[in-house]
Design a binder for this molecule. Structure first.
Ligand SMILES: Nc1ncnc2c1ncn2[C@@H]1O[C@H](COP(=O)(O)OP(=O)(O)OP(=O)(O)O)[C@@H](O)[C@H]1O
Length: 239
């Protein structure tokens, strides 16, 4: 937990993620990452120089028993809100999406942000970590032909809401370990395509790359953090 906390603290500081009197909604899916995020932010709250409020929100995609999350939040004294949605039905039964991940993510994002706003929050914290960032970066290059990745901190002007990703320096093995060590009440992922997605392919590719070329994962993350050395062919500048 000490390592998780210090990496999170560093990211919060580097990207100015938490400010005095923030009311932060943690998007709690019931997966290991958002459970680790809730745990870390609750611990961080004790010694943070800025006072901030914490709540947790779960969007139920339909038919999931989230009672262990209600109990966890009660034990941690964190106000908890579970919102029933029909995301699963929309994505799989009504729209019958061939590539369901982006529609599902959009619907979740919209519902989470709307709920956070209604509950008086000015920030939403998501459980993305360092491996998610590396995978998203590579996915955008390999599947979409563009260089991009989500940001550690983004302000949504329309809703006047800031999205933060405090675990951006945390490696996935750390959240896996925390889930074991602290016996998090993991809710089984209800997604029917879980484990068969483009993201899973990229995860395996990154792992193989790093075995074949030790250090490549670190360099991919380094590239994301190296805006001063970003050289892309810009026809207007070159000609
Ligand atoms: N159903 C949900 N309710 C609330 N927040 C969610 C939900 N699904 C995802 N999120 C938020 O969005 C983040 C990224 O979602 P994603 O589906 O990529 O999760 P993940 O990488 O599998 O993480 P986790 O282990 O937390 O599920 C999560 O860490 C969480 O903060």
């Amino acid at each position: 937990m000490q390592k998780l906390l210090s990496k999170t603290r560093q990211a919060i500081k580097d990207f100015n993620m938490i400010e005095e009197n923030d009311k932060i909604a943690v998007g709690l899916s019931g997966g290991k990452d958002s459970l680790a995020l809730l745990h870390i932010l609750k611990s961080y709250q004790r010694f943070s120089p800025e006072k901030f409020e914490l709540i947790a929100i779960t969007l139920n995609p339909g038919g999931v028993d989230n009672s262990p999350l209600h109990k966890l939040c009660k034990d941690l004294s964190i106000p908890y809100h579970e919102i029933q949605t029909d995301i699963k039905e929309i994505v799989f039964d009504i729209r019958k999406e061939k590539n369901p991940c982006s529609l599902c993510a959009n619907l979740r994002r919209g519902a989470l942000n709307d709920t956070a706003k209604k509950l008086g929050c000015n920030k939403v914290a998501l459980g993305h970590h360092r491996d998610d960032a590396i995978e998203t970066f590579l996915m955008s290059i390999l599947y979409e032909g563009r260089v991009s990745c989500f940001s550690p901190r983004t302000h949504m002007d329309r809703q006047d809401l800031t999205i933060i990703r405090p675990m951006i320096y945390v490696e996935e093995y750390m959240t896996k370990k925390a889930a074991k060590d602290y016996n998090y009440p993991i809710i089984e992922n209800p997604c029917p395509v879980d484990g068969k997605t483009n993201r899973q392919n990229i995860k395996e590719l990154v792992s193989k790359l790093n075995d074949d070329m030790p250090g490549s994962k670190k360099n991919l993350f380094g590239a994301l953090n190296n805006a001063d050395n970003f050289f892309i062919w810009d026809k207007e500048k070159i000609k």
